[in-house]
Write a new protein. Structure first.
Length: 134
């Protein structure tokens, strides 16, 4: 019983210290100059201002040193995050890319020289999920 009380007291003490430390940091924070430094060095990865065009590759120049862009293929409609890549029976590799009202098929066998193969378009559908089934 005594050990249980000591454990509870230790946990309660630790919680109080964390709470006081957090409150102290918030109360003693300076005028926000560190926020200005931080915001100037970080770019918002969600490009969604009024003038942004998902079809304009020059507006997507965000990069990281461990990823090398190989090519760009302008689609007829901006795509979304759903992409399925699969090897077809003819040995070619195709990317199936969901768009808002269409699904694009792009030959990516040579990643540096992709070829748009076709699309499925339906203005009454929002394509959110694509799967290649052989």
């Amino acid at each position: 019983m005594n050990r249980q009380r000591v454990g509870i007291l230790a946990g309660l003490s630790m919680s109080i210290l964390l709470l006081l430390g957090s409150a102290g940091i918030l109360l003693l924070e300076d005028d926000g100059s560190t926020d200005a430094e931080f915001s100037s060095s970080v770019i918002d990865p969600l490009l969604q201002d009024d003038g942004h065009d998902h079809r304009n590759a020059s507006q997507h120049v965000l990069s990281t040193p461990n990823i090398k862009p190989l090519g760009y293929n302008p689609l007829t409609e901006p795509g979304n995050a759903e992409v399925q890549v699969a090897e077809s029976p003819d040995g070619r590799i195709y990317a199936y890319i969901a768009g808002w009202t269409e699904m694009h098929i792009v030959d990516v066998t040579d990643p540096e020289n992709t070829t748009w193969m076709g699309e499925y378009y339906d203005p009454n559908t929002q394509v959110l999920d694509v799967k290649y089934i052989q």
